[in-house]
Design a protein around this ligand. Structure first.
Ligand SMILES: *Cc1c(COP(=O)(O)O)cnc(C)c1O
Length: 543
């Protein structure tokens, strides 16, 4: 079976883009044993192979920024119209994709030409998340400098656990983490930070550090060292990873108390205090409060100063989950009042891979108090973290984390920050916010077609319903919302089939499905917002 020739209906990727995909016959027929590292005299063919792969990547980059006009138009004239022009994706159902792709692993090696074709076919069927019409996710866009950093990272291919093997990257990490803490506030200047694989894990680090700070015996003695039920608090709009901390860390999700939020999705501080007192009366131990700065769906900011007062009064740890909203800290114009008071937090999660547009994956967790991470997580593995090394072992970060190895997520952020400067990030944040304001304005100009859930969003999340023709004269209310909620996924389906627009949707509590648009791609222009407005109407007016 493994030697069976694939039928002609399998996609070989030869029609991907206009780049020449052919290696020379001699190199094309070679296999992995003819290139580095196995063939030590194989540099020339290795280079030929890699340059071909890079050509494909650049072709993908070009397609990513192609709106069907401008870029690459000369190619069209020479080669006929490319049906992929201006598209984010060409949607196939899983079984169709399965039929189109040859993904099977075989017994014998595949030659270099086939590997090049494999790369082409993979790119051809990928979703262009950097396309200016991809508004679907919190992480949109493709920052070219950050991508260059990721290429370098992949080539340097080292592990972040010790200075011994990642000297430059460890020092960069120190510089970037210190800069981020300075931006959070001077109270964090002498704190500590680490990069984690995603905001969910960053939040978990905050939880672990908080429990360790208050109950240092837990690390050795476990559950029975705490006399009473620990309780954590978070708003009903928080990211689900906060609740996951309660499940993972042995509290149980019943002891992750959901605090009601107001009509704009912000935690109600008086409700927090009421629930804390209620739990205290039961003899429980409230110890941790999560305030979200930029909620995942609505982009709401919990009022940090009032929440901080309650944390101080009841001696609870304050964590701010700014995975999403953290980037706004760069902006003098938008930082206040959204993130006012963040310097009073004990810990802050902040994902550069979201609003700042650093390539996936890049997430950070910051602590006001130094020494907690190491004290909480250190296991002193004798084979990695010897204390009698040649250099100052403070630079070995590996024992601060619950992982062993750690991916290098710092270089692409450092390089990006070098390229823009801090002022460049500030301009980027202001621009994203202005574009979102533009979108809100455009929708308000078309009130028959677009119904905003929040007339004044606090962030780049714009939540709305598209209203097709037949429902435009109906008064807005629960009845119409229910009907719009049914239309939303159908319109999303049409967008994916057309491949010309992607906007996410979801229900929220009792509110039926609605669209949540995100502008976090700095490549978006006003004309792309206009495209969204027109394209939704083109695809949805008859629903
Ligand atoms: C996205 C998000 C997270 C989770 O981050 P990942 O990197 O996806 O794990 C946590 N909190 C908030 C508010 C988020 O928006």
């Amino acid at each position: 079976m493994s030697t069976k020739q694939q039928g002609s209906k399998k996609d070989d990727g030869r029609d991907f883009g206009f780049v020449d995909k052919e290696l020379s016959d001699a190199v094309g027929r070679m296999t992995y044993t003819d290139i580095l590292p196995l063939e030590e005299r194989g540099y020339e063919q290795t280079k030929a192979f890699l340059l071909k792969v890079v050509d494909l990547l650049l072709e993908y980059l070009k397609e990513t920024f192609d709106r069907g006009d401008g870029v690459g138009a000369e190619d069209d004239e020479a080669h006929g119209k490319n049906p992929r022009r201006g598209k984010i994706l060409e949607f196939l159902h899983p079984e169709q994709m399965q039929a189109a792709l040859d993904l099977e692993l075989r017994d014998e090696p595949r030659n270099l030409q086939q590997l090049v074709d494999d790369c082409a076919v993979t790119l051809k069927h990928s979703v262009k998340t950097g396309h200016p019409w991809f508004f679907n996710q919190l992480s949109c866009g493709l920052d070219v400098v950050s991508m260059a950093g990721e290429w370098l990272t992949a080539t340097a291919n080292t592990n972040m656990f010790t200075y011994e093997i990642a000297p430059v990257f460890i020092l960069m990490e120190n510089v970037v983490m210190r800069s981020m803490r300075d931006i959070i506030g001077s109270s964090f200047a002498h704190g500590d930070s680490i990069l984690a694989p995603g905001g969910s894990i960053s939040n978990l680090y905050a939880f672990l550090a908080a429990r360790h700070r208050m109950f240092p015996g837990y690390k050795e003695k476990g559950l029975h060292s705490i006399q009473g039920q620990l309780v954590m608090f978070t708003s009903d709009q928080c990211h689900y990873s906060v609740r996951s901390c309660a499940a993972v860390c042995g509290l149980g999700t019943d002891h992750c108390v959901e605090v009601p939020s107001d009509d704009r999705g912000r935690m109600i501080p008086s409700e927090l205090e009421r629930l804390v007192l209620e739990r205290k009366k039961r003899g429980d131990i409230p110890f941790f409060v999560n305030a979200t700065a930029g909620t995942t769906v609505l982009g709401a900011f919990d009022p940090i100063p009032q929440i901080a007062d309650i944390c101080t009064k009841h001696k609870m740890w304050l964590h701010v989950d700014a995975a999403w909203g953290g980037g706004i800290l760069f902006s003098r114009k938008y930082r206040h009042p959204r993130l006012t008071g963040i310097e009073r937090a004990d810990s802050v999660t902040w994902n550069p891979h979201k609003l700042m547009g650093t390539l996936l994956q890049c997430s950070t967790i910051h602590f006001k108090e130094d020494g907690l991470l190491i004290s909480c997580n250190q296991m002193s593995a004798e084979y990695l973290f010897m204390q009698d090394k040649l250099y100052d072992v403070q630079y070995d970060t590996g024992d601060k984390v619950i992982q062993c190895g750690r991916h290098n997520d710092i270089f692409k952020l450092w390089l990006m920050w070098r390229s823009k400067g801090t002022s460049g990030f500030e301009r980027q944040m202001d621009r994203l916010m202005e574009l979102s304001e533009y979108m809100v304005r455009r929708m308000k100009e078309n009130p028959d077609k677009f119904h905003l859930l929040l007339p004044e969003p606090e962030m780049v999340n714009v939540s709305f319903w598209y209203v097709p023709r037949r429902l435009r004269s109906m008064a807005h209310g629960p009845e119409r919302e229910k009907m719009l909620g049914k239309i939303t996924p159908v319109l999303k389906g049409r967008m994916m089939q057309a491949g010309t627009l992607m906007v996410g949707y979801q229900p929220l509590d009792d509110t039926p499905n609605f669209f949540r648009n995100i502008i976090s791609n700095p490549g978006v222009k006003e004309s792309d917002v206009d495209h969204l407005i027109a394209e939704m109407d083109r695809l949805g007016h008859d629903l």
